[in-house]
Write a protein that binds this ligand. Structure first.
Ligand SMILES: Cc1cc2nc3c(=O)[nH]c(=O)nc-3n(C[C@H](O)[C@H](O)[C@H](O)COP(=O)(O)OP(=O)(O)OC[C@H]3O[C@@H](n4cnc5c(N)ncnc54)[C@H](O)[C@@H]3O)c2cc1C
Ligand code: SF4
Ligand code: SF4
Length: 401
């Protein structure tokens, strides 16, 4: 087990002041010296790593690879020089990977400070936010293809068509609509956005589409992702990583309590229930795993049966509500087919307001579905309880001791 990260020095640790009667010198920020070695010990081998790939896209020397295979979803070091646990570039001063990691040391409070100018209070289990509403796309085409109200796809299409962004990092499906292996992809137009609409409950590190976006010369990106992915950009901004964090302009979060290993399709859906992956047309999770087949059949699978395929990286994840997104989205509550929408930042509010003004979305107050809000807070507390006590205690703030 790696060293707990509660005692570790951070970029914010003041240096010691001069002794004696001298007035204390103003606190100086300690230099950020942490590299792959610390990341490996404290995050990757300790079980905190979510597989978000923030470190992979941040590495200026391209020496971090990513294992996409079932049972993996993890970064690894590509150079043999110092073995898998240390990095020669890190020894010479490179610190990009730890600056990008949304599970390294004080990631939660740093991202909070950066986005909101304060850390969340104990009663803010779902993170800091401005508004909660229910939203759906007015376009039937977008609404029909969206998982809930189609809001995420509508935001991306609106932002691309109004030149707010020039690309989005999303998830597509390997093999088109017949495949269920989610893969990171770049969307630059309505068609490419809609090709990714809907939810896959397996993992797609959408951040991994970043190099393609860069190659295509895109510089104003939206990142769509589960909470682990949406904390990457604010953490990078706070830790001043530089160039790699600049193109991410809009951060759209998906509420998430876990994602599943791809092996679940073969090992549970097919072997036990005879459900052929290629014939599944839609999935959703509403208390049970709902599965719709091409021939019109509908199946429900008890979520308890799926737990064995929970991705290892999710077991310690404390963030259900995508607390560092500009806008977080989910599908819980009694009013189905609307996107539960948590607006967190000024940018998020401006985007929603502009879309309302343009008449592309329909909104209702969040208070129309108090059960959805109560459930979000409950699930947020449940996820926070997964954050280990041996790690820093910030993500557990608000839980009964
Ligand atoms: C793994 C996972 C777990 C989730 N768990 C919950 C939950 O417990 N409770 C809850 O309320 N909501 C959950 N959601 C969010 C919910 O399913 C919807 O994505 C959300 O409500 C937005 O709906 P929409 O109709 O506005 O989005 P849409 O317009 O359908 O757009 C969805 C966007 O999500 C992206 N996407 C789809 N699958 C993935 C994936 N596997 N990885 C990364 N990006 C993806 C697509 O590229 C698309 O841009 C989860 C989503 C995922 C992907
Ligand atoms: S949590 Fe993300 S950034 Fe941190 S080590 Fe894992 S993959 Fe890399
Ligand atoms: S539970 Fe969701 S947000 Fe957390 S690590 Fe897993 S996929 Fe990421």
């Amino acid at each position: 087990m790696a060293a707990p990260n509660s005692e570790a020095p951070t970029a914010d640790t003041p240096t010691e002041s001069a002794g004696g009667d001298q007035p204390a010198a103003p606190a100086k920020k300690a230099r950020w010296t942490f590299q792959w070695k610390e990341l490996f010990d404290e995050v990757i081998s300790s079980g905190l790593c979510t597989g978000c790939a923030g470190c992979v896209i941040s590495c200026p020397h391209d020496v971090i690879g990513y294992k996409h295979e079932p049972g993996q979803y993890k970064p690894f070091h590509l150079e043999d020089e110092l073995g898998p646990t240390d990095c020669g570039h890190g020894q010479k001063g490179c610190t990009s990977c730890t600056r990008a990691c949304p599970r390294f040391r004080h990631w939660e409070t740093e991202a909070d400070e950066h986005l909101f100018g304060r850390v969340r209070e104990p009663d803010e289990m779902s993170g800091v936010y401005k508004d909660i509403m229910l939203v759906r796309a007015k376009s039937d085409e977008i609404y029909d293809q969206g998982q809930d109200g189609g809001l995420v796809s509508q935001i991306l299409i609106w932002a691309l068509e109004n030149d707010v962004i020039d690309g989005a990092l999303v998830s597509h499906l390997e093999g088109g609509t017949n495949g269920w292996k989610a893969k990171p992809a770049v969307a630059t137009n309505r068609e490419e956005v809609l090709a990714g609409a809907g939810s896959r409950y397996t993992y797609s590190a959408n951040t991994m589409a970043f190099p393609e976006a860069k190659e295509r010369g895109l510089s104003r990106l939206a990142l769509v992702g589960m909470s682990c992915q949406t904390s990457i950009a604010p953490v990078m901004w706070h830790r001043k990583i530089g160039k790699v964090s600049k193109p991410i302009k809009l951060n759209i979060g998906l509420l998430c309590s876990k994602s599943f290993d791809d092996a679940m399709f073969d090992e549970l859906f097919y072997i036990k229930y005879g459900l052929v992956k290629e014939d599944i047309v839609k999935m959703n999770i509403k208390g049970v795993f709902q599965v719709w087949m091409r021939n019109g059949d509908y199946h429900e699978i008890n979520l308890k049966e799926c737990h064995a395929w929970t991705r290892e990286g999710c077991n310690h994840c404390p963030d259900f509500a995508a607390e560092h997104a500009d806008i977080s989205t989910g599908g819980i509550g009694n009013i189905t087919d609307w996107t539960l929408t948590i607006v967190r930042t000024d940018l998020g509010r401006a985007v929603i307001q502009a879309m309302m003004d343009d008449g592309v979305i329909e909104t209702r107050p969040g208070d129309d579905d108090p059960a959805a809000i109560a459930l979000m807070h409950k699930l947020a507390a449940k996820s926070r309880a997964r954050w280990p006590e041996w790690a820093n205690d910030e993500a557990r703030v608000g839980l009964p001791s």
